[in-house]
Design a protein around this ligand. Sequence first.
Ligand SMILES: NC(=O)C1=CN([C@@H]2O[C@H](COP(=O)(O)OP(=O)(O)OC[C@H]3O[C@@H](n4cnc5c(N)ncnc54)[C@H](OP(=O)(O)O)[C@@H]3O)[C@@H](O)[C@H]2O)C=CC1
Ligand SMILES: O=CCS(=O)(=O)O
Length: 253
Amino acid sequence: MPSVLITGATSGFGKAAAQRFAQAGWSLILTGRRLERLKALEDELSQQVPVLTLALDVRDSDAVTNAISNLPENFLPLTCLINNAGLALAPEPAQKVALEDWHTMIDTNITGLVNVTHAVLPLLLKTGEGASILNLGSVAGQWPYPGGHVYGASKAFVQQFSYNLRCDLLGTGVRVTDLAPGMAETEFTLVRTKGDQAASDALYRGTTPLQAEDIAEQLYYLATLPAHININRLEIMPVRQAWAPFAINRDPA
Ligand SMILES: NC(=O)C1=CN([C@@H]2O[C@H](COP(=O)(O)OP(=O)(O)OC[C@H]3O[C@@H](n4cnc5c(N)ncnc54)[C@H](OP(=O)(O)O)[C@@H]3O)[C@@H](O)[C@H]2O)C=CC1
Ligand SMILES: O=CCS(=O)(=O)O
């Protein structure tokens, strides 16, 4: 029975991925900070497959290393790592943002992802052919927009880190993908606006955003491709999202 480790499984893409992989019979190692949510998911999915929950903050490298080095044998070999835990904060212009919010995004989206990858890599290398690292990037890593500042830059890191990993993992059989979604309706905007439900509802109202299940389906597809195929980057937008023209600053008429 293959096994997958998913960071940020308490909500959104991570939770939907846990449900999708469980449906296909994979053993699940689920992580996040909110213990009660992890427990609820374990109660739901352990009816179907073996589930191990690890309450941890990906920013805490000691906690990550300790948890990964003590994985029970029945959850090994590990076939797939989904580096999904992440967040955006402060949709305001850069010049209005608190430095702490920038640090939180860097610590979570970059340092946290690196902490988990470093700890899990030896297990994936042991698995070899068919193993995968699926990193949640974003369209924001490729396309600039107002208020994207450090969030977009952190996702550009995810893309380049994914590509560079591929170079170093050549010959090991371990695959790496930067999965880059556009607008998707999860708790993402609630977190970004620090709990402003009205702002979150307004963003998704009157359009058709991606749903967490859409991304979970792509994650499952990527993890189960024939072992000789690596999709380097998969960018997905809702049909009802596209790019805006360049912004121009003009003198008053
Ligand atoms: N929704 C969108 O439009 C898009 C999202 N993404 C990316 O997808 C990923 C998932 O986002 P999404 O599902 O939408 O958002 P959600 O807010 O719904 O889920 C985020 C998950 O990340 C976890 N998380 C956040 N910080 C930490 C931390 N320090 N340590 C451990 N876990 C953490 C949360 O768990 P807990 O709070 O319990 O720790 C939660 O499970 C993120 O990396 C995001 O940047 C990319 C493109 C589009
Ligand atoms: O990563 C999230 C999608 S967006 O808000 O940058 O479009």
